[in-house]
Design a protein around this ligand. Sequence first.
Ligand code: THU
Length: 149
Amino acid sequence: SVSGPDKSRKKGWSPKTREQVKNVAVCMLDRAYIPYSRFRVGAARECAYGTVFTGCNGENASYPAGICAERNAISHAVAEGHRDFVRIVIAGRGENFCVPCGICRQVMREFCAPDDFKIYLAKSPEDYREFTLEQILPMGFGPENLEVK
Ligand code: THU
């Protein structure tokens, strides 16, 4: 984690914090391990009380063993005992905004209310777009779909 919990902040999203989370995601681009694709992705996932968990993509000589930045950040948070996610920033350096792949959208769906969870796609801290998970994964299959009568 790069910042400790700030219990006084509750679920607020102050401009300062938003800048900080975007900066962290952009910084994570430098940590990407990308010998095969040369395509850098950075992610920063923020929890309800302001704790931020980072991720970058990590590739492997056995290509399918690689992991995306988003899932790396989610696993990082879950391993530290956090599941109360409110938003994720995904940073890329390409011409287009880096959108999360289908597998990462599905993993995001596990831990949030799709209408509330926000996804920021950032080319830089200044140049970004905001979406909800419901917008990019409509009618997603979540834990409640497993409930049987
Ligand atoms: N990648 C991510 O890390 N996140 C995405 O949202 C899309 C793709 C990574 C996987 C691989 O290391 C590289 O980008 C090219 O697909």
